[in-house]
Design a protein. Structure first.
Length: 419
C-alpha cells in the first residue's frame, strides 16, 4: 500500500520554543535563577525570534515539501493576566494561519505545549479543578477566532511528560515532587480536553480533536528477571496506557503501591478523534533492591546527542498499541538531536518505512510530522541539542539555513509517495 494522496507530511514546533518576546512560567523561572540548580546552562534568550521572523521562517516549510505544519499558541501571550487579553497577539497568529492556508499548508494547532502563564500556578494550578475553567476560557477564545480556519486540533502535548516534569521530578514549574499528585493533574487535563472537545464539535462537527501523546517502548533490563518484567508492566501502564484506557473505560486509575493508588470516574465517553504519537526512543527498566530508588530506567544504547537509543521498530509497537482504539493516528513528533545530518536522514527514512508498513496492515495513520522544523530551545537542555531541519546560528543573529537533512526530507517524501 502506498501513502494516500491526502496523507500529511509535516513538521512540528511549539510556540515558546521558537517565538521569543514572551514572559511565561519558564522565563520567570529563569529570571529567578531556579534553573541554576541544573548543571546545564538553560537560557531562553528569545528562542529563535520566530515571532519577528515568522513569514520568512514559513518559507522553509515549502522548501522541504511539507504540506502540513503543527504549531502551538502561547497561552501566556494571549492572557498575560487572568483577565487581560492581548488581541494584537491573536491578530498576529491569524496572519500566520492565513499565510499557511494561502500556501496550501494544513495547520494542526496545539493548545497546550508545556508552558503556562506566570499567574496560573498561584491562581489555578493544574492539580486543582479550577484550572479547567482557566484553560477552557483561553481555549474557547482561540476556537472562536480560528474554528473556520483550523480543522486539526490537539488539546494537549505530552500531558504525562509535563505532569511528571512539573509535579513529580520538580524540573518544570511549579516544581512539585509527589508522584501521586500527577494523577490529579492528568485528571484535570482530561476534563479540560472534554470541555474543549465539546466546544469545538458544537461549532464545527467535522473538525478533528485529539491529543499528542508521548509514547515510549519499555524493555526489561534482564529478560529472565520477574522483577524487571513486573516493573516494565507498571511503568508501561502508567506512561503509555492510562490515557488510552481512560477514554474507553470512563475511569482514570493506576495502582503501584506505595507510590500511587488512584481510581476515579471521569466522563470522557471516548471523546477523541485522533491520537497523536510522539515517538523517539526505547528505554530499559531494571529493579533494584533499594527503598529510595527501586526503579532504574536508562538507555542501554546512547546514539543521539540527547543520549537516546534509536529504535525504529518501537514505532511499530506503539502504532499497534494505539490501533485498537479505532481512532485516526498522526505521528505528531518523531526526531533526533544530532549534528550528523546523514544520521538524521537515516533516522527519518527508517521511521517512515515503519509508517508505510503499518499503513499496509490497516493502521489509520493520517500523517507524519518531523520534530522539529528548526533548532530551538529544548527545555532543560537549553539550545545545545539540535533537532531541526533548519540550522539556527545562535552566535550570528539567529540566521537560518536549510540543512541537507531538510532537503533529504523532501526527497524522502517524493520517493516514498511514489513507491
Amino acid at each position: 500500500m502506498s501513502f494516500p494522496n491526502d496523507f500529511l507530511w509535516g513538521v512540528s514546533t511549539s510556540a515558546f520554543q521558537i517565538e521569543g518576546d514572551i514572559q511565561n512560567d519558564f522565563t520567570e523561572w529563569e529570571r529567578l535563577g531556579l534553573f541554576k540548580k541544573s548543571d546545564k546552562e538553560i537560557l531562553y534568550n528569545n528562542g529563535i525570534e520566530h515571532w519577528k521572523n515568522w513569514k520568512t521562517d514559513f518559507e522553509f516549510i515549502n522548501q522541504i515539501g511539507a504540506n502540513s505544519y503543527r504549531f502551538s499558541i502561547e497561552w501566556a501571550r494571549i492572557f498575560p493576566g487572568p483577565d487581560k487579553i492581548d488581541y494584537s497577539a491573536i491578530l498576529q497568529y491569524e496572519k500566520m494561519i492565513d499565510f499557511l492556508l494561502e500556501n496550501n499548508i494544513e495547520p494542526m494547532l496545539t493548545l497546550h505545549h508545556f508552558s503556562n502563564p506566570i499567574w496560573l500556578h498561584e491562581i489555578s494550578p493544574w492539580d486543582e479543578s479550577s484550572v479547567i475553567q482557566s484553560f477552557c476560557k483561553f481555549s474557547r477564545l482561540i476556537v472562536d477566532k480560528f474554528i473556520d480556519k483550523i480543522n486539526l486540533w490537539a488539546t494537549f502535548n505530552e500531558p504525562v511528560v509535563w505532569a511528571l516534569a512539573a509535579y513529580a521530578a520538580g524540573k518544570f514549574p511549579p516544581a512539585k515532587a509527589k508522584l501521586s499528585q500527577t494523577m490529579d493533574v492528568l485528571y484535570n487535563m482530561m476534563q479540560a480536553h472534554v470541555c474543549i472537545y465539546d466546544y469545538i464539535k458544537a461549532k464545527r462537527p467535522e473538525a478533528q480533536v485529539g491529543i499528542a501523546k508521548h509514547f515510549i517502548v519499555f524493555k526489561e533490563s534482564n529478560t529472565f528477571s520477574l522483577f524487571d518484567k513486573g516493573l516494565v508492566n507498571r511503568v508501561n501502564t502508567y506512561f503509555n496506557k492510562i490515557f488510552l484506557d481512560a477514554f474507553k473505560k470512563n475511569e482514570l486509575s493506576f495502582h503501584f503501591p506505595p507510590l500511587i493508588s488512584y481510581k476515579k470516574k471521569i466522563e470522557l465517553n471516548d471523546k477523541i478523534d485522533f491520537w497523536g504519537i510522539n515517538y523517539y526512543y526505547r528505554l530499559h527498566v531494571k529493579f533494584r533492591f533499594s527503598i529510595k530508588a527501586p526503579i532504574y530506567i536508562y538507555f542501554k544504547k546512547q546514539q543521539t546527542d540527547m543520549g537516546w537509543e534509536i529504535y525504529p521498530k518501537g514505532l511499530k509497537e506503539i502504532i499497534r498499541l494505539v490501533k485498537p482504539t479505532g481512532k485516526d493516528i498522526y505521528i505528531t513528533e518523531n526526531g533526533i538531536a544530532t549534528q550528523d545530518d546523514i544520521l538524521r536522514t537515516k533516522y527519518i527514512y527508517d521511521h517512515v518505512k515503519v509508517v508505510k508498513k503499518e499503513l499496509s496492515k490497516g493502521a489509520k495513520i493520517k500523517g507524519y510530522f518531523y520534530w522539529s522544523l528548526f533548532d530551538n530551545y529544548e527545555w532543560l537542555e537549553g539550545k545545545e541539542k539540535r533537532f531541526g531541519l533548519v540550522f539556527v546560528d545562535y552566535q550570528n543573529g539567529n540566521l537560518r539555513k536549510l540543512k541537507s537533512s531538510g532537503k533529504d526530507y523532501k526527497r524522502i517524501i517524493d520517493v516514498v509517495t511514489k513507491m
